[in-house]
Design a protein around this ligand. Structure first.
Ligand SMILES: [Cu+2]
Length: 226
């Protein structure tokens, strides 16, 4: 086997090895993608409840862990027009309650006219009133997180949330919020990068072989010592 033949064989082998590597990498990524979608839920019973950024513009929000545990009560009361935020607040801002519990919002008369309106997870909306002593009731006929707000003061951060039941989204260990579920980001994008990198490796090795074959034996070997 002369040098030219050797290089051609070597180049071909390298290409074949790299190509099979690409196939293996892709299979590996597909299976790990499956694992990723399995672990995405984040439900459970430990760690602070994750409200998904709902309270990020709420000035009186006490942070993760400030959820008031009101489980075990068939009736819970939430102030509408509480002291914080010049009356533009709910207190407690976030409560954990049992499914089936009755939530009673009670107007304090502070902060002007308010209402109570579900953002998602439920479908309730009260009338807008300002008078002290007004109440609005809703029975928790669902589970999960129900963020709600006051329509006239949503822009000033008058928001609250109900966490109903025990199977609730929890923040990751270490207190870091997980606003985006990796499942929704399309895990396979990783496989594309691996495939692309492998193709680049194959192509660059072929180009290298080509230049070796074309120029390797000409200018520099000509007039050499042997
Ligand atoms: Cu309000």
């Amino acid at each position: 086997m002369n040098r030219r033949e050797f290089l051609m064989t070597a180049g071909g082998t390298a290409g074949a090895v790299a190509a099979s590597g690409a196939a293996t990498a892709q299979e590996g990524n597909n299976s790990s993608g499956g694992n990723g979608s399995g672990g995405g839920g984040g439900g459970g019973s430990s760690g602070p409840i994750d409200y998904g950024g709902w309270f990020s513009d709420v000035p009186y929000w006490g942070g993760p862990g400030s959820t008031q545990d009101m489980t075990g009560q068939s009736e819970v009361t939430i102030e509408v027009g509480a002291d914080a935020n010049d009356g533009l607040s709910f207190a407690p801002a976030a409560v954990q309650i049992d499914e089936g519990a009755t939530v009673i919002w009670e107007w304090t008369g502070a902060g002007g006219a308010h209402n109570v309106e579900a953002e998602s997870g439920a479908d309730f909306a009260s009338e807008i009133v300002g008078e002290e002593g007004h109440t609005f009731e809703w029975t928790a006929n669902t589970t999960g997180v129900v963020p709600y707000f006051c329509n006239p003061h949503k822009g000033q951060g008058m928001k609250g949330a109900l966490a109903i039941g025990s199977d609730l989204p929890r923040q990751a260990a270490g207190g870091a919020a997980t606003p985006v579920d990796p499942e929704h980001m399309g895990v396979p994008i990783q496989a594309h990068f691996v495939g692309l990198a492998t193709v680049l490796m194959v192509v660059s090795s072929l180009i290298f072989t080509f230049f070796l074959l074309k120029y390797g034996e000409s200018a520099h070997t000509k007039g050499g010592n042997n």
